[in-house]
Design a protein around this ligand. Sequence first.
Ligand code: PMV
Length: 322
Amino acid sequence: MIVSKAPLVLKLAGEHAVVYGRTAIACAIDRYVRATLRSRGDDKIVLKFRDLREEYRRERTSSFFRYVNECIRLIEEIHGEKLKGIEIELDIDKDVNPGAGLGTSAAACVATLAALCKYLNISDNIAELAYQVELRVQGRASRMDSYTSALGGITIVRRGTVERAHIDTSWLRIGIILLRKLRSTRELVKHVADLRSREPELIDEIFNLIERISLRILEALERRDVEKLGKLVTRCHWLLNMLEVVDYRSNRIVIELLNNTNVAGAKISGAGYGGAILFILRDNLDSLELKELEVIHNSNAFKILCPVRISDGGVEVLERGY
Ligand code: PMV
């Protein structure tokens, strides 16, 4: 049996602007997708999914299967002879359900590919393969999620490349509120493209500001300046509003979070219209009295992850024997 686990991904700054070559900052978090691969007694690869909650079943399950299927297809194309006649069962388990804006699909691809490559004794660039799978399934993708999940820690995404920033983030505590997504990433990316075609100079200025914030976020992280970090992520949130990708529920939650004395800053993470909202906790706090956030009770927030830490490691393969 081989077990691999790949971290989920949060975007600290740079969504949408990164599509136009500006710098974005992402991070791997201590919530994972795990792939377990077992030998079977026949010649089939069987995919199983655990922990799929009711609310996702309707719209997400089938597309999630497509990512994992595509991973197997890609490996078959590249290393066909190695997959011939193999007998394995693949089981995917995850801390957060797909569609939450935490790079679940990318992490599933990274975990699946890492387990498959280990099983077949192939050394390949897992991050790049996972990116190729995302491209095939989605038609359009950036390397941000797949590379960050594979590499771990804080990453700098710039003009199609992703590199790791070696910054100690053990002091950092983040919270995440997950909201039902009302519009797809594809739709939102298209919306921003339409905005830009109508007002190129104005929208490019917004992208430039987002890039400057990304770079300052790196400085704030290096200096362990939680206040500065909070202010910067919040500014990024309001700039995303200028790109019209933030819905009313998310703004209400962000405002409510900003009114909490234990929160240094908050923003949406990902393409927008629901998904993940991140908040930076002050003073090494490990939790927040979220029950006091009335707005959460009144909205359809469906999951709160708190505290979340940066996962220093990327994808990991644990071999447990067959
Ligand atoms: O919502 P997510 O987690 O799929 O993030 C999308 C981020 C974008 O910058 C909007 C698109 C991209 O491919 O980088």
